[in-house]
Each structure stands twice: as C-alpha cells, then as structure tokens.
Design a binder for this molecule. Structure first.
Ligand code: G
Ligand code: G
Ligand code: NA
Ligand code: MN
Length: 254
C-alpha cells in the first residue's frame, strides 16, 4: 500500500523519466533506433528500475496512466530533437499487456503524435508474445489500426512466451526481437545458435526484420553477422542512457 501511494504521487508529480538504449543496423553500420525504457526518479531513493515498479503498475492498472505519460515524454523528446535539427531515428516504446487492452490506447497515441506533429514512422511499439495470445481478435484489431496509422510493430522477447507461429503470418508485425537468453551463450551453445539461425531465416522468409538483444561481446556480434541478423542491441554499444547522451549518438553515431 505504501508503494501504491508513492506511485500515485509519482504519477501526479511526473517523476517518471525515460532512458534510451540505441540499436544498431548490422547491414548499414548506423544507428537504427532507440528503445525507450522508463525510469522512476524517486526523490528519496534515486533512480528506480522498472523491474521493481512495472508489475505493481500493472496490478493496480496505473500502467495506463504511466504508459500515457511515457508516450507523451517520447513524442515531446522527438519533437525537441527535430526542432533542434537532429537527424532523428525511430523510438521503440514498450507496451505492457494491460496497457495494450486499454480502450484509450490508440487515442493516447494519436493525441501525442498529432500534438507533436510527428510522422508515425518514428514510433515502434514493442509487445510481448503474451499480449498477442491473450485476446487474439482484439489484438488483431488494435495492431491493424496501428499499422494502418503508420506505426511499426515489434515482438519483444521472441521465443520465450508461448505463441503460435501462425500468428506471425496473420498479424501485421514488422520486427522480431530475439530474446537475450538465446544470445548470451550463442558462441558456445550450438542449440542457441541453431535456434537463432532458425528464427532469423524464418523471419526473413516472412519479410520480418530481426533484432538481437543483449549483445555484450564482439564474439556474439560476429555470430550474429554471420547469421545475417539485421539489427543488434546491447551493452556492447550502450546501456540505456538519458536523453542528453543520446544527442551525441545522433550527432556522431555510435
Ligand atoms: O530497462 P530495464 O532493462 O531495467 O527494463 C526492465 C523491464 O521493464 C523490461 O522487461 C522492460 O521491457 C520493462 N520496461 C521498461 N520500460 C518500460 C515501459 O516504458 N513500459 C513497459 N510496459 N515496460 C517497460
Ligand atoms: O523486456 P525488454 O527486452 O524490453 O527489457 C530490456 C532489458 O534488457 C532492460 O532491462 C535492459 O537494461 C536490458 N538489457 C539491454 N541490453 C542488455 C545487455 O546487453 N545485457 C543484459 N544482460 N541486459 C540488457
Ligand atoms: Na522491450
Ligand atoms: Mn526485449
């Protein structure tokens, strides 16, 4: 309850901020985009990680309001960068299953994008496989509207949830983010390598781009190049960083 009250206060006082983690295009060797990762700047404890508070926000339903704030923060930031003359890249926003079910999600998104006069091709939505499978018909409708409006859809943590592969065909998705648990030991574990190889080749046959997350070492990167992975993300390039550090990536590259 104490935590709930603190979170309510945080929502009211706009204590949530967004860090950004870059992702790198392995074909063109350029900055491909950014993933927005929420942080809670609690005045007493400092920066708190979402692993701690997202589950509580989901249980209480507060995630809808915080999610709305995150979308606003990201769109405002993109508008600021554009106005300052930066050559911006797409930003991926994580949507939790609860937020995805919110009846106002599409309105919230359109309000932010129109309010800051942004091209929807600058926004990617990351959803997990569990979101997909919860209410298939409703999910399909929301994804279809998102795609129709010009947004990009990415399946997060791919390979860890249970989803039917047939939904990759039926649902309008663009990117598969291969879960970092398959990347960690890819240089040593031939099973992991086989799985990643299969995911990438399937994705390419379905016209989907692949993102490998959790790349930390040069050797992992080499494997992913050899498997024709499209995009990489991980501490090898950068951990999630505040906006002012992103500005140097936008200026000078990674
Ligand atoms: O940033 P970090 O690596 O600590 O993220 C931990 C978890 O919190 C991840 O599962 C990530 O997807 C989730 N997360 C981070 N930011 C957001 C957000 O803005 N919305 C939602 N729903 N989840 C987020
Ligand atoms: O669930 P999702 O994939 O959105 O969560 C992203 C999480 O992965 C964040 O907590 C982020 O800090 C973490 N992360 C990003 N890059 C790396 C990495 O190279 N190694 C590890 N171990 N975690 C990472
Ligand atoms: Na994510
Ligand atoms: Mn992920």
């Amino acid at each position: 309850l104490l935590m709930e009250n603190k979170l309510l206060k945080a929502i009211k006082n706009n204590e949530f901020t967004v860090y950004y983690q870059p992702y790198f295009n392995l074909k063109t060797h350029t900055l491909a985009g950014l993933e927005a990762l929420v942080r809670w700047d609690d005045r007493e404890s400092g920066i708190i990680s979402p692993g701690v508070f997202i589950p509580i926000l989901e249980e209480t339903g507060f995630i809808k309001e915080v999610g709305r704030q995150i979308i606003q923060i990201v769109c405002r930031q993109l508008r600021e960068w554009i106005d300052q003359g930066y050559h911006v890249v797409p930003v991926a926003i994580n949507l939790s299953p609860v937020q995805f079910r919110s009846s106002t999600l599409l309105e919230d998104i359109m309000e932010a994008v129109k309010g800051y006069d942004l091209n929807p091709n600058l926004i990617v939505f990351e959803i997990t496989e569990s979101t997909f499978m919860e209410d298939i018909a409703a999910t399909y409708e929301v994804l279809k509207e998102m795609k129709h409006a010009g947004f990009t859809i990415s399946i997060d943590d791919f390979g860890t949830g249970y989803s039917s592969l047939s939904y990759l065909k039926k649902f309008p998705v663009d990117h598969l983010k291969i879960d970092l648990s398959f990347i960690r030991d890819i240089t040593k574990d031939t099973d992991d390598k086989a799985i990643v190889n299969a995911i990438i080749s399937m994705a390419h046959h379905l016209n989907l781009k692949t993102i490998a997350e959790g790349i930390e070492q040069e050797e992992q990167l080499k494997e992913l190049y050899s498997l024709q992975c499209d995009i990489g993300q991980g501490y090898y390039w950068s951990k999630p960083v505040p906006a002012h550090i992103v500005e140097s990536f936008l200026k000078y590259g990674l």
